[in-house]
Design a binder for this molecule. Structure first.
Ligand code: RIB
Length: 319
């Protein structure tokens, strides 16, 4: 199928220090790890790569330093088919880095040192690519004011807009109204509901429903091992499980959320329905857990399609 348009990802690029630990440290504690690995990451880069491996045309807009990490991140995304001409260089700040510590139980902790990411501006996105055939995909690792301004510009031109509110940094309630899709995990959903003075609690469907009404958008809440749920502004709800995995094969869950978001954006751009896009995204998220790292672990379209039959169908929710 010939697809018009592309996915614009406005997001972060980080060099990830992947550290394996017996257990994560508590506050004030020092723990030792025998080694670490450097891997390409950043939520923007990860989601751009997931969408590109799904087969979409993807342009990433961001900023790195003039150091080796920045060059490595740009080159590796480019060699995977992501257009990086919109990834600018900072004259003063180093490339963003993240410390990704994970313990044997699978739990992880991430600290992002933003570096050049904080100099990314909405002006890096030219008006010429803000056209309605394109999808805009964003996260919350760039300055909030730049993200909100770009979102407002994009909505005015009729683009489909998707925000993965990770980390859960507040955006103005008015900006939510410019979104078509909000993707959050269950903790982020509770945090944003609280900040918006909406009813909270740990019922993901009720949280999604409250947020969907507030922002007049579709809200997807990812639930880790329990899959994901979605509620539309019209009150239609769906639930999709994760693809069943042999738990002994799971090596790293760090990239699962980014694989979900990038694949979801690509599937929506391709014209898939909401439950179809959620199923494809769920398979991508699950497959990412079978390899170390984030970008390193993103599946290709063929990998996703070859495992799609193992996914139970999406179920309609009574909301
Ligand atoms: O979602 C995982 C990503 O979060 C990592 O790649 C890290 O860089 C942070 O952005």
């Amino acid at each position: 199928m010939l697809l018009l348009g592309m996915i614009i990802v406005f997001g972060s690029l980080n060099m990830d220090f992947m550290i394996s630990l017996d257990r994560l440290p508590v506050a004030g504690e020092t723990v030792l790890s025998s080694d670490y690995q450097l891997m390409s990451g950043g939520k923007g880069g990860n989601q751009a790569l997931a969408a590109a491996r799904f087969g979409s045309k993807v342009a990433l807009i961001g900023r790195v330093g003039t150091d080796n990490y920045g060059k490595t991140l740009r080159e590796s995304l480019k060699s995977n088919g992501v257009m990086v001409s919109g990834v600018a260089y900072s004259d003063t700040l180093p490339t963003g880095c993240a410390m990704v510590a994970k313990e044997k139980s699978g739990e992880n902790q991430i600290i992002v040192m933003s570096g050049a990411n904080i100099e990314t501006t909405h002006e890096q996105v030219p008006d010429e690519i803000l056209i309605k055939q394109n999808v805009l995909l964003m996260q919350m690792e760039l300055p909030v004011d730049q993200t909100v301004t770009l979102l407002t510009r994009a909505k005015a031109q009729g683009l489909t807009t998707i925000l993965n509110l990770a980390p859960a940094i507040m955006i103005p309630g008015k900006a939510l109204g410019h979104l078509d899709y909000l993707i959050v995990n269950s903790i982020e959903a509770q945090q944003i509901a609280e900040k918006l003075n909406l009813p909270t609690g740990n019922n993901a469907i009720k949280l999604a429903q409250a947020l969907a009404i507030k922002g007049q958008m579709t809200v997807i809440v990812t639930l880790g091992m329990k899959g994901s749920v979605a509620v539309t502004k019209n009150g239609e709800g769906w639930t999709v499980p994760i693809m069943p995995l042999d738990q002994s094969e799971v090596v790293d869950i760090t990239g699962a959320g980014d694989a979900y978001c990038g694949t979801f954006a690509a599937a929506i751009h391709e014209g898939k329905t909401l439950p179809e896009a959620m199923r494809l995204a769920s398979v991508a998220g699950s497959l990412t857990c079978l390899k170390e790292g984030t970008q390193n672990a993103m599946p290709y379209l063929d990998d996703i399609l070859s495992r799609l039959d193992e996914m139970p169908p999406a179920e309609k929710l009574d909301v």
